[in-house]
Each structure stands twice: as structure tokens, then as C-alpha cells.
Design a protein around this ligand. Structure first.
Ligand SMILES: NC(=O)c1ccc[n+]([C@@H]2O[C@H](COP(=O)([O-])OP(=O)(O)OC[C@H]3O[C@@H](n4cnc5c(N)ncnc54)[C@H](OP(=O)(O)O)[C@@H]3O)[C@@H](O)[C@H]2O)c1
Length: 324
């Protein structure tokens, strides 16, 4: 079967399409034929080594597929089940992959393969960010960076449905309308404007209850500035670079802020948490609380182009790789 492999960290050119032997699933594992694969910014961190992984390695953490074979002790799934997953072991960019059964969730009818392949990682991220890392409530003033992106579109729609006032930042004119159509009440183009000043015009100084910051280095200081006294900084990504240092006196103490740097892995620790989080996401999709539009489709051969587009900020929302 064909799969994307990396032998060294680097640019998109290190993504190589290879023919490999997949082997047999172990006793509690299943072999999945992937139907659609989710593209995520974390794939870039794995490829560059920002999040180091043992090499050589596959790549990709999100996919939807059909179970073709099960191990002798598998008791949660059967051959023919349609499943999704959003976690290690890494290797989603592939025609087939072997996964432990406890990492999988059933995909309900009414959710297409493509949506199921890009809603688990991004959707469960939005779920835990909004409902568990900080519990967003009606009336909260929420700031989300890169609001037209994959996680952004989902989270902003969901925050809007909760009744929050949603302020989203975007990097280009084209993305302004997309963020607006995906739940943002106010959109700020942070390439052309100082977002701190623009946020202040909307909610006043120190007016934001929670910032969800997946952009990192470029937005961190400004995000802190926008927060209210006892506000919550949820730093969950680093698309523009990692924030390595937190200065307690400067960043936290001045306003008595709360700070967290969560990962989806911290919120899907147990099987119950995983299944519950995925169910909330699928329910939100089926009830149309969240509407997903796939922004672009790639083949496995085009994985390099997909990463180039992702890093060039060309993608406007969830994108997928269709394996064959
Ligand atoms: N902690 C977790 O559990 C978790 C889980 C999933 C995702 N994440 C993080 O959430 C963020 C969004 O993920 P995603 O997969 O949905 O990606 P995405 O938002 O579709 O893409 C990243 C976006 O970041 C913005 N950006 C700002 N500065 C950038 C720069 N220098 N280089 C590249 N992009 C830049 C761009 O939007 P603009 O052009 O509008 O600025 C870009 O489209 C990522 O940081 C990701 O790592 C974290």
C-alpha cells in the first residue's frame, strides 16, 4: 500500500510517497482502509521536528476509514465498521493503517467520510477548548486567532451557538468573509491592523473573557493585553512560532490571569472522554450547529503541495487528502 513517509525533518520536500508492506493487526488492533484523511497544522510540526517524533515515520493524525481486518481480541469493533481517529500512532497519510481499537470512534450515519476525516481532531479540539479548558458561557467575549482556519471555523460557529460574542482575527481580506460566515460577530484583519486596538474598539480595554490562541509567537503578547482581569489565556498552538517563556510577573500577575497550554491528548485521556467528546462533535454536525465545508482536496501524491499551502496560509478551512 502507499503511504507518505519522512526520513528526516525538514520542508515539504521530505514528504515521500512510498510503497510499503502494512503487516497484520496485533490482538487488540484493527487494519483500516482509509477513505479520507484530515490535514492539520500539527502535521507541519511533526514534519519540521518542532514536535519531535522518532524517524523514519509516517505522518498524519486524523482519518476516516473502513475496518478491513481485526485482531483476535478486538471487542469494540467489527470488520466493515466505519471509524475515525485523531491520535497517535502517527501515519494517517496512507491508504491503510493499523490502529489500536481504543483510539477509534464509530462514525454515525449522516456524517460523510470526508467530514468525518476532518472533524475529529479539529472538532474535538474545539469541543474541549470551549467546554472544558475554559467553560464558555452565553455572553462571554471570546477572541479566536486564525478564525478562518480549520479549528477556527468550527470553534467560532460553536461559540456563536453557545451565545458568546465571537471576535476572530484573520490574515487576509479573503478570509474576512469566511470568518464572518463561520460564527464571528466581529472580524479583524491582523495583517493590516493592530488587533489589540481593534479589540478595544469592540469590547473596551481589558474586555475579553477568554483568548483561544493557536497562532502563538506573533499574537501571544497582544492576546494577554486584550484579556480582562481574571481572564483566561488558552494557548493551544504555534502556527507562527512557539511561545517558550511565560513571565509570571508580566503575563499573569498584572491581571490575575489564568493560563493553560492544553493539547487534545490531555482531554481524551480515557476512552470515555474520547467517545464523549467525539459524540458531542458528531451531534453538533448532525444537528447543523456546526456546518463544515471542505476547502480543498489533495491526493496522497500531493501531500507536499498540501503542506506548502498550509504553511503559506492559503487554506481556508478544513482540507483533506483522498488516498486513491
Ligand atoms: N493543542 C491542541 O489540542 C490542538 C489541536 C489541534 C490544533 N491545534 C493548533 O491549532 C492551530 C490551528 O490548527 P489548524 O490545523 O486548524 O490550522 P489552520 O488554522 O487551518 O492553519 C493555521 C493558520 O494560522 C494562521 N497563521 C498565523 N501566522 C502564521 C504563520 N506564520 N504561518 C502559518 N500560519 C499562520 C493562518 O491563518 P491567517 O492567515 O488567518 O493568520 C493559518 O491559516 C494550530 O496552531 C494547531 O497546531 C492545537
Amino acid at each position: 500500500m502507499k503511504a507518505i513517509k519522512i526520513e528526516k525533518f525538514g520542508g515539504p520536500e521530505v514528504l515521500e510517497l512510498k510503497d510499503i508492506e502494512i503487516g497484520k493487526p496485533g490482538p487488540t488492533e484493527v487494519l483500516i482502509k482509509n477513505l479520507s484523511i484530515g490535514l492539520n497544522y500539527i502535521d507541519v510540526y511533526h514534519r519540521t521536528g518542532l514536535y519531535p517524533i522518532p524517524l523514519p515515520s509516517g505522518i498524519g493524525l486524523e482519518a476516516c476509514g473502513i475496518i478491513e481486518e481485526i485482531g483476535s481480541k478486538v471487542n469494540l469493533f467489527k470488520v466493515g465498521d466505519r471509524v475515525s481517529h485523531a491520535s497517535m500512532p502517527i501515519g494517517g497519510y496512507s491508504e491503510k493503517q493499523i490502529m489500536p481499537q481504543e483510539k477509534l470512534v464509530n462514525v454515525p450515519d449522516g456524517v460523510s467520510d470526508e467530514i468525518a476525516s476532518c472533524i475529529v481532531l479539529k472538532g474535538m479540539t474545539a469541543e474541549y477548548l470551549l467546554h472544558r479548558s475554559y467553560v464558555a458561557k452565553k455572553g462571554d467575549k471570546v477572541l479566536f486567532h486564525a478564525a478562518a482556519g480549520g479549528v477556527g471555523q468550527i470553534l467560532c460557529q460553536w461559540a456563536n451557538a453557545i451565545g458568546c460574542t465571537v471576535i476572530g482575527t484573520v490574515g487576509s481580506k479573503e478570509k474576512e468573509a469566511i470568518a464572518k460566515n463561520n460564527g464571528c460577530h466581529h472580524v479583524i484583519n491582523y495583517t493590516d491592523n493592530n488587533f489589540v486596538k481593534e479589540v478595544e474598539k469592540i469590547v473596551g480595554k481589558n474586555g475579553i473573557d477568554v483568548v483561544y490562541d493557536g497562532v502563538g509567537a506573533k499574537t501571544f503578547e497582544g492576546s494577554i493585553e486584550c484579556l480582562k482581569i481574571r481572564g483566561m489565556m488558552v494557548a493551544f498552538g504555534n502556527a507562527s512560532g512557539y511561545v517558550h517563556t511565560l513571565d509570571i510577573k508580566k503575563h499573569i500577575n498584572t491581571k490575575g490571569l489564568f493560563f493553560t497550554r492544553p493539547s487534545i491528548a490531555h482531554y481524551t485521556v480515557t476512552r470515555e472522554e474520547l467517545v464523549e467528546s467525539a459524540k458531542k462533535v458528531f451531534d453538533a454536525v448532525i444537528s447543523k450547529k456546526i456546518k463544515i465545508e471542505i476547502s480543498k482536496k489533495y491526493s496522497l501524491e500531493q501531500a507536499k503541495n498540501a503542506h506548502e499551502d498550509l504553511e503559506a496560509r492559503k487554506l481556508i478551512g478544513p482540507a483533506v487528502i483522498i488516498p486513491s
